[in-house]
Design a protein around this ligand. Structure first.
Ligand code: ADP
Length: 201
């Protein structure tokens, strides 16, 4: 069995997150949870790289298209198309523009249930319906209804891997193995040790 405490996930602060001066706020949210930052870099991604990133998961096109169509229907709105593959093809083109429009901060965070817990505090894709208290819910107000007709991607500050499998593929794409640092954090004792021996003098 894999060591759950060593689970890793990819987080990317998207160009709007940098422009909104939210790097510190976003990093703080993951850091205070108890996760460990093991890699970090800032650069301007190329559009081809973004296509590779979103298509490492072979199911992404279908899942993204279905999710968007459902989001429209849930609000009694008519989606731009009923075909999920056509919907996600449109989204991918917008995403390539959005994600290559300026610098991003890419990070790898490690810790117990890193993938799931990061998705939870990041919040749902569409800020209009992201839960209160999540990063997307607290710091941005976009919706498909306003982004789609203007031909841009929904601005939601962050990318976070959707599954353990995607996280492994995405981390391989964004980082070289030597860029991921193996080190101990003192707080890991309080997070994971069976006994809290050694606190009292
Ligand atoms: P998530 O980022 O929450 O995992 P997806 O992988 O489905 O969501 O979508 C990738 C990104 O594409 C989203 O974060 C968002 O920026 C953008 N996006 C998704 N669907 C749409 C859409 N229908 N219209 C505009 N932008 C979209």
């Amino acid at each position: 069995m894999k060591n759950i405490q060593k689970e890793k996930t990819l987080i990317v602060i998207k160009p709007d997150g940098i422009q909104r001066s939210l790097i510190g706020e976003i990093v703080k949210r993951y850091e205070r949870l108890g996760l460990k930052l093991v890699a970090l870099k800032m650069f301007v991604p190329k559009s081809d790289f973004i296509e590779k990133h979103y298509t490492v998961d072979l199911n992404w096109r279908m899942a993204n298209g279905e999710k968007t169509i459902k989001a429209y229907r849930d609000k009694s709105l008519t989606p731009p198309t009923d075909d999920p593959m056509e919907m996600s093809a449109m989204t991918l083109e917008k995403l390539k523009k959005y994600m290559s429009s300026g610098p991003v901060v890419a990070m790898v965070w490690e810790g117990a249930h890193a993938v799931q817990i990061v998705r939870k505090i990041t919040g749902g894709t569409e800020p209009l319906t992201s839960d209160v208290g999540t990063i997307r819910g607290d710091f941005v107000l976009d919706s498909y209804q306003i982004s789609d007709p203007t031909g841009r991607a929904v601005r939601n500050l962050i990318h976070a891997s959707g599954s353990i499998d995607d996280a492994e593929k995405e981390i391989n794409l964004w980082f070289k193995p030597e860029e991921i640092i193996k080190y101990n954090l003192v707080q890991e004792h309080i997070l994971y040790d069976v006994n809290l021996d050694g606190i009292l003098e």
